[in-house]
Design a protein around this ligand. Structure first.
Ligand code: M6R
Length: 613
């Protein structure tokens, strides 16, 4: 959840670290800190609060030097405070460490180290690492590198680490186990970071460290090793991301930029995966038609917004492939006794590819001998590397904590995957597949239409944002849309919101309805089998004087007879309407949050990438 960055090379490290941390702040913003080798030795600064606090502190008490490490924190062990902020140091100020992850056996290590005379300052799990290294040196480790290896062999849990030694002024150590860490190669030096966008403007190539590997970086180069000290031949990958992709590009927030990027992202995904003959091409999926024909079941697991995409995927896969499809949350799947066998395909969905519960579920599925396909946005992520096959969502870096473009790209990935599997299994004809693809081709323009009506959506948000709660209702393909609309609203505006299957409302939530409650009703189809049912559900709200905000198809006359406010969207096949409808709900949440004055890109208590269980 935290972000780490490090640099060794010819430049002053401080601006590199601050810029990198700015781009990693979405991973956590409880506190920030840096440590740098200065001409006066190893020095550090840390501050509770946002990165701006650290920048202010550094403007008063400047630091200059290289190499350096930096950290932005999402608190797990110990409250957000200066003492709990990273970097953490050993007892003599010789070793500085930044860490993302959790050292699960920290308490027993801390007890042992305390008994050996170490004195701890913070409540964090991380602080045991520099003390363990100090102890390894005291025990006679041959050199700092051997001390790092010895210490890490004693730590259990997850870590991405950046480590500096006062006595090694041109060396930066990095290590990874279960938490993301990349090594970047640039013209002016070598970098470590929790993700590529943090250092993208400096680097040309990247090394994705594997679990159990460490890297030794000096201004002369990088060596990757195992914890046994053996050198590992590593692969370098060219950096494909344009540095501008990690900028706000004139938008007031990353979230607004990412909402507006959706037509382009989806158009380009379609161009990449639909060939001139109108067939779906998913080369990275790799499984043969025979494999899909013998398949019995699909199990989709993910968390948060990606779970809503999974629910949509279930509806669509069942609809188009004839397969039994089940979904579960990553945090639940691994703690039940799931019955999945070799003839089940396990699909993991994740924007970051680093979500701890999704990864743990994937590993469980692998133990059960299932093939794994991931739907993921980040090349080189752990999820991708541990999967047999992948559908990349290619949405570009998503920096706003609230997921938007990654979600619609996940929905489109499911649409393409469902058509692909449906064809492979002979469940749908070529002609039907083409009809579906033609409908999908209209989605980017339909989203554009919604974006052009942002002012109208803002006016509706301004009118309804004040209340304590809001209810979102949808059915069938748009049931996940209702859940996602409610999640977007609560996570960025902090207004309580609940998403519900509209037909279920009368089994409980109907008790909430009164003349103050905004009820957002998704009833965008005029001809499909659930439209009339949805209208009946809305009538139940009307009868109890709920304030109805309807999402309706252009030209729908019926809805205006009972809705207080209406957001019209263009007509689109029901199966694909969630891709368009959710954009209206993203904007509704966005403007509600703006009216409520929240920090939209960095909502309180949240972090973009949830790498702890
Ligand atoms: O990176 P992932 O897609 O695995 O992340 C899963 C959730 O943590 C994420 O979708 C979260 O719910 C977002 N904040 C939602 O906007």
């Amino acid at each position: 959840m935290c972000g780490i960055v490090g640099y060794v090379g010819t430049e002053d490290a401080v601006p590199v670290l601050l810029d990198g941390l700015k781009r990693l702040e979405y991973r956590g913003y409880d506190s920030a800190g840096i440590a740098v080798q200065t001409k006066d030795g190893l020095q550090w600064r840390k501050c509770v609060g946002r990165l701006t606090e650290l920048e202010e502190a550094l403007s008063k008490h400047r630091l200059q030097g290289r190499p350096g490490i930096g950290h932005t924190r999402w608190a797990t062990h110990g409250e957000p405070s200066e003492i709990n902020s990273h970097p953490h140091l050993d007892g003599q100020g010789r070793v500085a460490v930044v860490h993302n992850g959790i050292i699960e056996n920290y308490q027993s290590l801390r007890d042992q180290l305390t008994a050996a005379g170490h004195h701890f300052l913070s409540a964090t799990d991380t602080e045991v690492i520099p003390h363990l290294i100090e102890q390894e040196l005291a025990n006679g480790a041959a050199d700092p590198e051997a001390a790092v290896r010895g210490a890490l062999k004693k730590a259990r849990g997850a870590y991405a680490l950046g480590i500096l030694f006062r006595d090694q002024p041109d060396t930066l150590y990095a290590a990874r186990l279960g938490s993301p860490l990349i090594v970047g190669l640039g013209d002016n030096g070598y970098y470590i970071a929790s993700d590529v966008p943090a250092v993208v403007k400096h680097i040309r190539e990247v090394i994705y460290l594997n679990d159990g590997e460490m890297a030794v970086l000096t201004s002369e180069g990088v060596t990757v090793k195992t914890l046994d000290g053996e050198t590992v031949a590593h692969t370098t990958h060219p950096v494909q991301m344009a540095p501008e992709a990690a900028e706000r590009a004139g938008f007031e927030t990353f979230m607004l930029k990412e909402i507006h990027e959706q037509p382009r992202v989806l158009r380009s995904l379609l161009e990449q995966h639909v060939n001139d003959a109108g067939q779906v091409q998913l080369p990275e999926v790799g499984f043969s038609d025979d494999y899909f024909q013998l398949l019995r079941r699909i199990m989709i697991v993910s968390c948060g917004t990606a779970y809503h995409a999974a629910m949509y995927g279930k509806f669509l896969l069942e609809h188009l492939t004839g397969l039994a499809v089940e979904t579960d949350l990553g945090s639940e799947f691994r703690y039940r006794s799931p019955r999945i066998e070799r003839d089940t395909l396990f699909v993991a969905v994740s924007q970051s590819g680093e979500t701890a519960d999704t990864l743990a579920s994937l590993r469980l599925a692998r133990e059960m001998k299932c093939k794994v396909c991931s739907i993921c946005n980040v090349q080189g992520s752990t999820l991708v590397r541990e999967s047999d096959s992948v559908v990349f969502t290619e949405a570009g870096p998503e920096i706003g904590v609230a997921s938007t473009k990654a979600y619609t790209a996940q929905l489109l990935a499911f649409a393409l995957f469902s058509i692909h599997v449906g064809r492979a299994r002979g469940e749908i004809t070529d002609a039907y597949a083409q009809e579906l693809l033609e409908a999908l081709a209209g989605v980017p323009d339909a989203i554009h239409y919604v974006l052009e009506r942002a002012d109208h959506i803002r006016a509706i948000a301004d009118k309804h944002h004040d209340g304590p709660s809001a209810l979102y209702l949808g059915r069938r393909f748009n049931y996940p849309t209702a859940l996602e609309g409610a999640l977007k609203n609560k996570e960025i505006s902090y207004q309580h919101a609940e998403g519900y299957a509209a037909g279920e409302m009368k089994h409980g939530p109907i008790a909430l309805i009164n003349e103050y409650l905004p009820v957002i009703c998704i009833c965008t189809q005029t001809a499909d089998e659930v439209y009339e049912k949805m209208i009946s559900n809305i009538k139940e709200v009307e009868a109890r004087h709920g304030r109805i905000i309807a999402l309706a198809t252009d030209g729908d006359k019926q809805v205006s007879t009972f809705a207080e406010d209406i957001i019209y969207v263009p007509a689109i096949r029901e199966e694909f309407s969630p891709l368009v409808n959710v954009v209206a709900l993203q904007l509704l949440a966005y403007y509600a949050a703006q009216a409520r004055g929240t920090d939209i890109d960095k909502p309180r208590n949240l972090a973009k990438s949830v790498t702890v269980e």
